[in-house]
Ligand binder design. Structure first.
Ligand code: G6P
Length: 610
């Protein structure tokens, strides 16, 4: 949700900033801008629309300078426009700011500044940051002092990059509630919302923590807490490559990431379920003693991560017999959930930065609950603040619609469930051995589905004019339906709903007619007869039907118009396979509809505002 980048050093800042912004466009793409200090003034170039518009602007109006900040925006306050784009400047262009987050008390500060004669040009909350810093600066404070004083007044969430015309030897970075990393170079330093933005230049990074301010020159990085005590931070060495975040010949990141799933699921499983035996949860403290002290589990997340969490809830309840409550994080945080030291809260997040999930984690910890985070982004806020972290090893996920992270999260849920069940004696070693063998076979079964993707492509062509889609299923199939429906909404902008198959007749069936497509997930074979009846019911009302079923299930072919077969597996492991056709179907539907698949309208990859 908004991407920030900043540079101070000896190289030309514009190209470094633009390069960084291209890696951050997944965080927001409704406008973009840069502010460059040219030796005497700060020049701002910013424009509505994609980064390509900014690149054009920079080519038409070249600026040079070795200090600068850049931003790619996902609008919160004020519509996407040239004026509302960042960076924002104080009235006389003394201070320039880029901001990721929301300033909750901006009206109060704005009114105060208006009364003292300040003028504003944008509708954003961010502009007041530049102005309040400038006010303190003009009152006689140093640039640094003015930033500390202004930041102490800001409520809400913010990552900031700030430069001042009179202090070109400094770049100041601030973090509260929105992520920020500092890249350490040789005679140059960087700031960014995410590592890929600076990975072409350095692998040595510092993660800024909550309420910290960094004063950066080309040769030094000083980090302070909010009381201005100096903080010692260990440097983090990035081991993964930028290629991991590039398209490698695929038309879209989403397609690339869909195809990475066999590898990722294999790695996630093998790391935790080694061939040498047992389950290795590394340093995660979830042994018999801890588990005996747990009465209740919450699974809390947003979006796709929430749907992966639902699979975990279902399995832990079914197999481990522990009550599990699932909540979307935005609801959890405001509903006074029942939490105590006998509660385990499992938060699931690809980015590790989702504001609502992070807040849910903090509330849980405040109430004494233990928090286990299932996270992809190493070193992210959620990973750092949780009591324990289960990294899913999916590598950078760039497409806004999550695919490979979901599969890895579901694999993590399988592993966690088996671990809890074995530890509590709810699963025998023999039962686990059967599951283990089946877990190892999942990656090659995903490959089989991917090799047959022409099936989903043909079906997407057949149903390209459909505008209403229902995803139905029972049990675990219903949970997969929810993720399938979300994918179609996200990237094809189609109206689609997921419904428990048995609930369809309590209302939604009234909407079914010959223009409706119903995708029935039917991989839970113990419930197949029931699902078949539901398919018949919608067919009788004119719907077109696609079923997703395990190979060998011929009965379903007599009922559904089309069947996508997935390789056979155990019912509890079927979700990870049954979801892949949904991903491919959504992808090809989106191709037919000509949408922007990797950067769907109105969405952001990392939602760092609530
Ligand atoms: C956004 C993304 C989704 C993601 C959700 C949760 O909505 O577009 O793809 O599932 O946030 O994000 P997280 O990083 O916490 O998994």
């Amino acid at each position: 949700m908004c991407g920030i980048v900043g540079y101070i050093g000896k190289q030309q800042a514009p190209s470094i900033l633009i390069d960084g912004l291209t890696k951050l466009e997944y965080r927001g793409y409704d406008s973009a801008g840069v502010a460059i200090f040219d030796g005497s003034d700060i020049n701002v170039l910013k424009t509505k629309g994609r980064l390509s518009n900014l690149i054009k602007l920079v080519i038409e109006h070249p600026v040079s300078g070795t200090l600068g900040i850049g931003h790619t925006r996902w609008a919160t306050h004020g519509a996407p426009s040239d004026i509302n784009a960042h960076p924002h400047m104080s009235e006389d262009s003394e201070i320039a700011v880029v901001h990721n987050g929301i300033i909750e008390n901006y009206m109060e500060i704005k009114e105060e500044l208006l009364k003292s004669g300040w003028h504003f040009v944008s509708e954003t909350d961010s502009e007041i940051i530049a102005c309040i810093i400038d006010k303190y600066y003009k009152d006689g404070m140093s640039f640094e002092d003015a930033v500390f004083k202004a930041v102490a007044r800001l409520e809400g969430s913010y990552a900031l990059g700030i430069i001042c015309k009179d202090c070109p030897e400094k770049l100041i970075a601030v973090r509260k509630g929105s992520p920020l990393v500092i890249g350490k170079g040789n005679g140059e330093n960087f700031i960014a919302s995410d590592i890929p933005a600076i990975l072409n230049y350095t692998r040595e990074v510092y993660f800024l923590e909550e309420d910290e301010i960094a004063v950066i020159t080309e040769d030094s990085i000083a980090i302070y807490d909010k009381d201005r005590n100096a903080v010692n931070r260990d440097i983090y060495h990035v081991t993964w490559d930028i290629e991991a975040a590039e398209k490698s010949g695929y038309a879209h990141f989403m397609l690339k990431e869909i195809h990475e799933q066999p590898k990722i699921v294999r790695e996630t499983i093998l790391k935790r379920v080694p061939e040498s035996g047992g389950i290795d949860l590394d340093n995660i403290k979830l042994g018999k003693e801890e588990l005996d002290n747990i009465d209740r589990i919450y699974v809390v997340a947003c979006g796709t991560a929430y749907y992966a969490g639902l699979i975990g809830k279902h399995l832990i309840e079914k197999i481990c017999r522990i009550p599990v409550i699932s909540e979307v994080a935005s609801e959890f945080r405001y509903k006074d959930p029942i939490l105590d030291e006998r509660t385990l809260v499992i938060v699931v997040s690809q980015s590790g930065e989702t504001a609502d999930t992070l807040e849910a984690l903090r509330i849980s910890k405040r109430h004494g609950a233990r928090v286990l985070a299932i996270v992809n982004a190493v070193g992210s806020s959620i990973a750092r603040e949780a009591d324990d972290v289960f990294y899913i090893l999916a590598g950078p996920e760039i497409a806004v619609a999550s695919t490979k992270a979901y599969s890895a999260q579901v694999a993590a849920m399988y592993i966690l469930t088996c671990h809890i069940a074995l530890t509590l004696g709810k699963m025998s070693e023999e039962e686990f051995e059967v599951i283990r063998a089946e877990l190892y076979s999942l990656p090659s079964k995903i490959e089989v589905i991917l090799n047959n993707k022409s099936v989903e492509k043909k079906l997407a062509a057949k149903y390209k004019d459909v505008r209403n889609v229902f995803f139905i299923g029972r049990g675990l199939d219903y949970l997969v339906s929810q993720e399938g429906s979300l994918k179609l909404k996200e990237i094809a902008y189609l109206h689609s709903e997921a419904y428990a198959a048995g609930e369809l007749k309590h209302g939604p069936i009234a909407m079914i007619d010959e223009n409706t497509l119903v995708v029935a997930i039917a991989a839970q074979e113990d419930l197949i007869e029931k699902t078949i009846s539901n398919i018949k019911e919608v067919k009788a009302r004119g719907a077109n039907t696609i079923a997703i079923a395990m190979k060998g299930n011929t009965k379903i072919a007599d009922v559904a118009d089309d069947v996508i077969y997935i390789p056979r597996t155990m019912g509890i492991l079927a979700p990870i396979l049954a979801n892949i056709p949904d991903q491919l179907f959504a992808y090809y539907m989106a191709i037919n509809l000509g949408t922007d698949i990797d950067k769907p309208r109105n969405l952001a990859k990392s939602v760092t505002v609530e």
